[in-house]
Design a binder for this molecule. Structure first.
Ligand SMILES: *[C@@H]1O[C@H](CO)[C@@H](O)[C@H](O)[C@H]1NC(C)=O
Ligand SMILES: *[C@@H]1O[C@H](CO)[C@@H](O)[C@H](O)[C@H]1NC(C)=O
Ligand SMILES: *[C@@H]1O[C@H](CO)[C@@H](O)[C@H](O)[C@H]1NC(C)=O
Ligand SMILES: *[C@@H]1O[C@H](CO)[C@@H](O)[C@H](O)[C@H]1NC(C)=O
Length: 538
């Protein structure tokens, strides 16, 4: 076997056998799905702040915890998500009152800008102490939520200052949720406390927008007060009048009514609200969770049928809005995987990413304008950063989404005979041009593989030629146990912050031209088709 002449046939033979093995493997185990991508036109355009985040109002229940927002690490992580809205709201918002105490952050001329963001850095020892105490505090808050008995709390100027400074220094636009459970004898909204707060914010030139009330459909359960849609709409008109009289809030955003998702087809509160209030809101908001955090399992998180329930709900709400106030923008004003604070051991692990990414894809495709993730930081287990303020898998997913996905929604379809269709899901957008990572005209395909085997996607032949940059996210641990992991690998490397001020470089991996796109078992990925030259993406 010394001469090349005799070795050659053996090599050729081996290559052939090998190729045949791969082929038969392919037939048996690897599913190849033909997909069609259409970037000739955009089917929708969402807000640039489409992916936005929330901080639960319970953070303010004990004011000292608002200091956590001065953490340098948290600031760095949040900056990565802009442009975005920062919603401050949730159940607690209807149980807190602004109570001026003459205690505020000292800033030049009442404006928070420039080096103030530097000055606000939380000393390390204090951050450590607060983080430790926060663990206990979150337990108390969660218990309160489970019992459904909400303690009333007060917040001062200082808390507002820190909240605003956090939003402003991270480049996020603050939406403040006002208390709608302050009511007069006639059961209309008592605006006195809100006016006090507005005056204070105005004196500090804080640019922000507003909401009024959280999940009013359950006021009876939470507080024994019943407010119907029509009355709530009138309350919004009242708030709008107050804002109109303000020199700085006369053009600021007003969003509502933040109802929870329709159950058993009950939509009467929304209809009544829109009839009286639609004219004063900039977008109609509702909340969505797939499952109850205390009554769910990993199977739900991976079940295409559960993921599909969002489509039904979106269409139900869209139908009401289109009927009563056609053209009004619709937002998911608060949303996550599981309600009741999330599902322990699921909502903060790798597997939560399937619900999150599918929600982002579906909501944009069906025409929602903004999706606000519950929560950036806070109690429960659906947060984007953990108790040590380190990023969880859904943070990294959100960061990649921000960088790679632009506001124009394009059409992506999958052709399949195997009937497994819904367990591989894909979405197509223009690539985000604002992040300036790729040339004009690029498109971003993102896909989820809910199967326990690899799936291959076959691009239409005329698209196979171009360069594809892949960002494949998998659990940092192998096997199904890996689904419960609190860390995530991108293209094989565990994602971590470089230091408190620095996010890692998120570099894609160039795929070999002409090959199928390989999506590993239980993974999701973004693929930037750099040479798409899509006119709508230029
Ligand atoms: C504060 O504002 C006043 C007038 O609005 C201005 O004259 C002064 O220069 C400002 N000071 C600082 C430190 O920005
Ligand atoms: C932050 O504050 C400055 C000064 O008031 C303002 O110009 C800027 O628009 C604010 N940024 C955000 C994101 O609200
Ligand atoms: C808001 O008020 C300011 C100051 O009074 C005024 O200059 C501006 O035109 C008003 N804007 C709107 C949209 O009404
Ligand atoms: C693929 O690339 C080759 C070489 O760069 C080029 O000649 C060919 O036209 C391309 N095919 C398509 C369909 O774009």
């Amino acid at each position: 076997m010394k001469s090349a002449g005799s070795a050659l046939p053996t090599v050729v033979f081996l290559v052939l056998v090998h190729a045949l093995l791969i082929e038969s493997n392919t037939d048996q185990y690897v599913q190849i799905s033909r997909i069609d991508l259409d970037w000739s036109r955009a089917i929708r355009r969402v807000d640039e702040r489409f992916l936005s985040v929330a901080i639960d109002a319970s953070l303010i229940a004990d004011e000292k915890f608002v200091n956590l927002l001065n953490s340098a690490k948290l600031r760095t992580l949040t900056k990565g998500l802009n442009p975005a809205f920062l919603r401050f709201g949730g159940t607690k918002q209807d149980f807190i009152k602004f109570s001026p105490r003459g205690r505020y952050l000292h800033v030049n001329n009442g404006t928070v800008r420039g080096n103030l963001c530097e000055k606000l850095k939380l000393p390390e020892f204090l951050e450590k102490k607060l983080k430790q105490e926060w663990v206990q505090q979150s337990k108390c808050l969660l218990e309160e939520e489970l019992e459904g008995k909400y303690k009333k709390a007060k917040f001062s100027e200082y808390a507002v200052d820190l909240l605003y400074a956090f939003a402003n220094c991270s480049g996020l636009e603050l939406i403040f949720g006002l208390n709608a459970l302050l009511r007069t004898r006639e059961n209309s909204w008592d605006s006195g406390n809100a006016e006090l707060l507005l005056k204070y914010c105005e004196s500090r030139s804080y640019m922000m927008s507003w909401e009024l009330g959280n999940e009013p459909n359950s006021y009876e359960k939470k507080a024994g007060i019943r407010v119907d849609g029509e009355q709530l709409g009138q309350d919004f008109v009242h708030l709008h009048q107050i804002l109109q009289e303000s020199a700085i809030y006369n053009s600021s955003g007003l969003y509502g009514p933040d109802i929870s998702q329709p159950r058993d087809g009950r939509k009467d509160l929304l209809t009544g609200f829109l009839e009286t209030g639609a004219k004063v809101i900039n977008a109609c908001t509702w909340h969505h969770y797939y499952v109850n955090g205390r009554d769910t399992s990993i199977e739900d998180f991976l079940d295409p049928k559960v993921l599909n329930t969002l489509e039904t709900k979106i269409n139900e709400v869209l139908e009401v809005v289109e009927t009563v106030s056609p053209g009004k923008k619709l937002w998911l004003g608060e949303t996550s995987s599981a309600y009741g604070g999330g599902a322990v051991g699921l909502s903060d692990t790798f597997v939560a990413g399937f619900m999150w990414l599918d929600k982002l894809g579906l909501a944009a495709k069906l025409g929602l304008d903004v999706v606000i993730r519950q929560v950036l930081i806070g109690s429960g287990s659906y947060h984007l950063v953990d108790d040590n303020l380190d990023p969880l898998p859904d943070y990294w997913l959100s960061l990649l989404y921000k960088r790679l996905v632009g506001p124009e929604v394009l059409k992506a379809e999958m052709f399949e005979s195997s009937g497994l269709k819904k367990s591989t899901r894909l979405y197509l957008h223009c690539t985000n041009r604002k992040s300036m990572l790729y040339r004009q005209g690029a498109v971003t395909l993102f896909a989820l593989n809910l199967n326990k085997h690899e799936v291959r996607l076959s691009l239409p032949s005329h698209m196979r030629n171009g360069t594809v940059q892949a960002f494949v996210l998998e659990s940092s641990e192998t096997g199904e146990q890996g689904l419960y992991s609190r860390s995530v690998k991108m293209n094989g490397k565990v994602l971590k912050m470089v230091d408190e001020q620095t996010l890692p470089q998120l570099q894609g991996q160039k795929l070999p031209p002409g090959e199928h796109i390989k999506l590993p078992a239980f993974s999701f990925a973004f693929y930037v088709l750099i040479d798409a030259q899509a006119t709508v993406c230029k």
